[in-house]
Design a protein around this ligand. Structure first.
Ligand SMILES: Nc1ncnc2c1ncn2[C@@H]1O[C@H](COP(=O)(O)OP(=O)(O)O)[C@@H](O)[C@H]1O
Ligand SMILES: [Mg+2]
Length: 394
């Protein structure tokens, strides 16, 4: 099963690109699912389905054409029940604050349920082999990052918080319930989170395998949108995902000659040239602004025929370069992270347990080190072109 993840700033055309790609893949014979992970769902609208037919229905994929289904992920009720229990527990933990500030901070970033349900579906479809391609129509950039960082965050929870707390609480609950300022969590809370975790186990491997998952960034040829696209590129790389295509949408078509648009067109051309230079060798595809909204199967088909005009297969694997690697050069051990558009001073590095923690801006990634490096510490870091090289010493 292939996973194609479309991300980008709000309104750039993610849903249109995701839906059109789905239409194309289904026509090529792939059993395809387009899944909306954006809480502000607009996938059904893109297919021009009547709202009352689709919106508010939870869960199940719905067929919209031969071999093509769509699904708008909604929070599953029973998961929500688990979630309430877990989040109230976390809140109470934070309030009693027997934990260190760093841990409290980590807990505060515990991510959303929409993403968790979507990841459960991804693992489920992978298991059932129901689809050849699953397309994820993501929420704007920040939320999509929460989506891809969820497996590592949950893993971190299981390893560092839940297993320990659980053992501790078993021992102290009989007394603690009498003296603690908050109710201690019941044992089934831990069972619930363990079950949740079990349901998405292995999904991080799927997301980080470039032969399975590709990230495609949708953008417009405007400076501000471009900046967000560059940041998204860095953050996805930091999370170990491979970006294999940039799609520039809504370019003013050549046949528009109105004087009013001439500055706009010049600006778009300039930004487009920058995009191609920045992201090279990653493929940059172009889609013009159409005369009309992209609504319904016919328009999506038209959109797809422009987007994939050279007859390429949207499911093809074109890039497998991993964004980070662990290498040994002679006596020296290194962690190498591909981080274009990033200045060294924006990057924070530290070691925690057997993980290397990398911070860029407000984003943080725990990178599990291989056993050979687990006991080492980062001693030096430098940028080599696009690559951050971290030297590890024992
Ligand atoms: N190339 C285009 N030409 C004309 N309209 C477009 C184009 N791309 C997207 N649209 C329209 O712009 C609106 C926003 O697009 P959408 O795909 O929903 O963006 P996003 O999912 O990024 O928020 C929709 O009404 C869509 O039909
Ligand atoms: Mg959308």
């Amino acid at each position: 099963m292939r996973i194609l993840l479309f991300s980008g700033k709000g309104g750039v055309g993610k849903t249109s690109v995701a839906a059109a790609t789905g239409v194309k893949l289904a026509e090529r014979g792939y059993r395809t699912l387009v899944m909306s992970v954006d809480p502000a769902h607009s996938l059904a609208d893109s297919f021009d389905l009547p709202g009352d037919l689709f919106h508010g229905r939870t869960g199940e994929p719905m067929a919209v054409a031969d071999r093509l289904s769509i699904q708008e992920v909604n929070i599953q009720r029973e998961i929500k029940v688990h979630w309430d229990a877990i989040s109230s527990y976390i809140t109470s933990l934070l309030r009693t604050s027997g934990i260190s500030a760093v841990e409290a901070e980590e807990m505060a970033i515990f991510p959303g349920m929409e993403e968790l349900s979507a990841l459960m579906y991804v693992t489920q479809y992978r298991r059932t082999q129901q689809f050849d391609v699953v397309i994820l129509d993501c929420a704007p950039t920040a939320e999509s990052l929460r989506f891809v960082s969820l497996p590592t965050t949950l893993d971190w929870y299981m390893k560092h918080v839940f297993s320990f707390e659980r053992k501790l609480l078993r021992a102290i609950r009989p007394i603690a319930n009498r003296v603690a300022p908050v109710e201690m969590p019941k044992d089934e809370y831990f069972q619930n989170i363990a079950d949740l975790f079990g349901k998405i186990e292995g999904v991080d491997k799927l997301l980080e395998d470039a032969n399975i998952t590709s990230v495609r960034l949708v953008t417009n040829a405007e400076k501000m949108v471009l900046r967000e696209t560059q940041r998204a590129f860095v953050y996805f790389s930091l999370h170990g995902l491979t970006v294999d295509q940039v799609i520039v949408n809504r370019l003013f078509p050549a046949e528009v000659h109105d004087e009013f648009f001439s500055d706009w067109r010049a600006l778009q051309q300039k930004t487009l040239a920058e995009i191609e230079a920045y992201f090279s060798p990653i493929a940059v595809s172009k889609v013009p602004l159409f005369r009309h909204e992209v609504l319904g199967l016919d328009r999506l088909r038209e959109f797809a025929s422009v987007l994939y005009s050279s007859g390429e297969d949207p499911a093809a694997v074109t890039r497998t370069e991993r964004p980070y690697s662990f290498v040994r050069e002679g006596e020296q051990y290194q962690v190498r992270l591909r981080m274009p558009f990033t200045e060294k001073r924006e990057i924070g590095l530290f070691k925690k347990n057997d993980e290397l923690v990398v911070e860029v801006g407000t984003l943080r990634r725990h990178i599990g080190l291989p056993t050979t490096m687990a006991a080492m510490h980062p001693s030096k870091a430098r940028m080599e072109h696009d690559v951050l090289v971290v030297e590890m010493r024992s």
